[in-house]
Design a protein around this ligand. Structure first.
Ligand code: PRT
Ligand code: MG
Length: 213
């Protein structure tokens, strides 16, 4: 496949990527918020966008269905990063990976006395590594969304989730009890494409890097 294919998700990543694409001379022909098309053309005939689920972006790039992608650090850690080159932190879609629990639950005390904790999360790999490092015994419960509900109905003692404004936690009487890491989105590149399409990809990566800085 000649040309450049870029995979990204609609919503905050698409919106925050627009200025970076503009810096590389790329303007999408349509917005995924109003169009149902999953392949979106741009003003540059050789550049197209694939609209994918956020957690699927690394997979499209890993297998070469897309040359470039934009994905959260959370998604990249869970994916593992195989076959991907990650040249740039785009500093968009910023948030924090946190442990949160009901305000009434004494998390620090439970950890101190070595209690076994039930933790609900979409981020199994990140949570497993975090609690293993701390020596905390946990039963991880995999969820696909709305993690904030789990402690409210007794499914879990705590959650591992992303927090940006903190409004979702506050609305559900949850508080941050630990911060794991800052999260932002990165540009990812298929390793083979970087070699075979270097002449096309390098100027685009440079233009995006310039816009970030
Ligand atoms: O929504 P969907 O299930 O399709 O997938 P997704 O949630 O993975 O995609 P999307 O588009 O919502 O998020 C894409 C990327 O944005 C994530 O992979 C993160 O890297 C990044 N990001 C930045 C966030 C947030 N901020 C964020 N606040 N992703 C999710 N949230 C959620 C969070 O999970 C929680 O439910 O927003 C809620 C908290 O927000 P506040 O503002 O109330 O704290
Ligand atoms: Mg979401």
């Amino acid at each position: 496949m000649t040309g450049i294919t870029i995979a990204l998700s609609k919503g905050r990543i698409f919106e925050e990527t627009l200025p970076l694409l503009a810096a590389a001379g790329v303007t999408p022909a349509e917005s995924p918020s109003s169009s149902r098309k999953l392949i979106i053309a741009t003003n540059r005939p050789e550049v197209r966008l694939l609209i994918v689920r956020a957690s699927d972006t690394p997979t499209y790039v890993q297998y070469g269905a897309a040359d470039l992608g934009i994905a959260g650090r959370d998604v990249l850690i869970e994916h593992g990063g195989a076959g991907l080159y990650q040249p740039l932190d785009l500093k968009i879609a910023c948030c924090r990976m946190c442990v949160a629990a009901p305000a009434a639950f004494d998390y620090a005390q439970a950890v101190k006395r070595g209690a076994r904790l039930k933790v609900a999360t979409k981020y199994i790999a990140i949570a497993r590594e975090h609690f293993a490092e701390k020596g905390v015994h946990v039963d991880l419960i995999k969820l696909y969304g709305s993690m904030e509900l789990a402690p409210l109905v007794g499914l879990a003692d705590a959650i591992v989730d992303l927090v940006s404004s903190g409004n979702t936690l506050a609305a559900n009487d949850l508080v941050v009890v630990e911060e794991l890491m800052p999260i932002s989105s990165r540009l990812i590149v298929n390793q083979a494409a970087l070699k075979t399409k270097r002449a096309q990809l390098a100027p685009m990566i440079d233009a995006i890097a310039g816009a970030v800085a």
